[in-house]
Write a protein that binds this ligand. Structure first.
Ligand SMILES: [Zn+2]
Length: 376
């Protein structure tokens, strides 16, 4: 067990409820900041060294809390924003406990994990537990939209860190840690054609919608399930009326790839769609957003340590790879040992049935805390 007393799951859930009931859609800076105020007050009260960077571009602040110590720090990073709009709590997804499950918007992705990180750091400071290394806790405002404003801070803190721990949701009821994640990226395709009367002078038109349809087929064909590469085109748009040859059309594209080499292949193929021919102009913007978190020996060593800590507590901690990206993708791509998926068990991220297995707050919190105390 960690030296730090984590407390019973009931008490953790009670405080986590306050986090969940402070709704924090990524797009509402004031709402995100209200939750950061609460975290800042809790960490300030126990003497954490705090740094708060004001948000920009409509996103909330980034909060950094440091504990004392010598040497390269351990970084633990969680986001406090969610994909859920205001009113979700009052409407379809109130906070509720249903046997082993606790429901609420963002509880699994990732209020439970970010709360556990906050709680572990707060309790380490409050109880004066010695740790082998200083700890840097980051609470960020915009992961669910690709971390546009917090990425710099995450990478700056990770540079020179001993390791990065990411308490994103654990994998399902088995609670798997994440040792590999696909890289993710996106594009916008804009096509300009030439409008004409669909009856009177059809031949003078150049249909942007037909050109888009051809592009979609080529993008779809880049999917290679055996290699773990997927593409998805959505949404699509184009045209004005049935009797007008459509002068414009476009689409958004999402893609996932398990390695940098595969990601670069997809990026090159999609960029190659750009150009001008036969009266049709195609413009492509976008690219790789989060590089893949490729499984590495250093990442696996961290996992092994977490697994042993869990096993000593009688808790099984498997590992797996995941399709979705996280801020761990950024830090792993920098070559910093990164272990992800250290948050709570549960299911339903970004879905109405989102919940955690709340009794696991205690053992998951204990594993996180012991890692923070003992990583050499
Ligand atoms: Zn998340």
């Amino acid at each position: 067990m960690p030296l730090t007393e984590i407390g019973p799951a009931e008490r953790l859930l009670e405080e986590l409820r306050g986090w969940v009931e402070t709704e924090t859609p990524s797009t509402d800076a004031a709402a995100v900041n209200r939750l950061l105020d609460r975290a800042e007050a809790g960490l300030g009260a126990v003497g954490a060294r705090l740094e708060r960077t004001p948000g920009r571009d409509g996103y909330g602040d980034t909060l950094i809390a440091r504990t004392p110590g010598e040497g390269a720090p351990l970084v633990i990073a969680g986001h406090v924003d969610t994909v859920w709009d205001h009113g979700t709590l009052a409407g379809p997804m109130p906070f509720r406990i249903d046997g082993p499950r606790a429901h609420g918007p963002g509880i699994y992705d990732m209020k439970a994990g970010s709360f556990l990180a906050f709680h572990a750091v707060r309790e380490i400071l409050r109880q004066g537990t010695p740790t082998r290394r200083p700890i840097t806790l980051l609470l960020t405002p915009d992961e669910e939209v690709g971390s546009p404003t917090s990425r710099t801070a995450i990478e700056r803190e990770a540079r020179g860190a001993r390791a990065v721990l990411i308490p994103e949701p654990a994998g399902g009821t088995q609670g798997a840690c994440v040792t590999g994640r696909k890289g993710t990226g996106g594009f916008t395709l804009r096509i300009a054609g030439r409008s004409a009367h669909a009856g009177g002078n059809w031949s003078e038109g150049r249909s942007a919608v037909v050109a888009l349809a051809e592009c979609i087929q080529r993008i779809h064909a880049l999917t290679d399930l055996a290699r773990g590469v997927t593409t998805n085109v959505a949404p699509v748009w184009g045209g004005t009326r049935p009797n007008v040859i459509p002068p414009e059309a476009g689409c958004r594209i999402d893609f996932r790839a398990p390695s940098l080499a595969e990601a670069e292949r997809v990026v090159a193929a999609i960029r190659a769609l750009a150009g001008e021919r036969d009266g049709i102009r195609i413009e492509v913007t976008g690219g790789l957003n989060r590089p893949p978190l490729e499984e590495s020996p250093a990442g696996l060593a961290l996992y092994e340590q977490a697994r042993e800590i869990a096993a000593r507590q009688g808790y099984r901690l498997p590992k797996h790879h995941r399709g979705g990206g996280s801020d761990g993708n950024f830090t792993a791509a920098m070559g910093i040992p990164t272990l992800d998926g250290l948050g709570c068990t549960g299911a339903g991220a970004h879905a109405p049935e989102e919940h955690i297995r709340w009794a696991d707050l205690a053992p998951r919190g204990a594993v996180l805390c012991e890692l923070l105390e003992t990583i050499e």
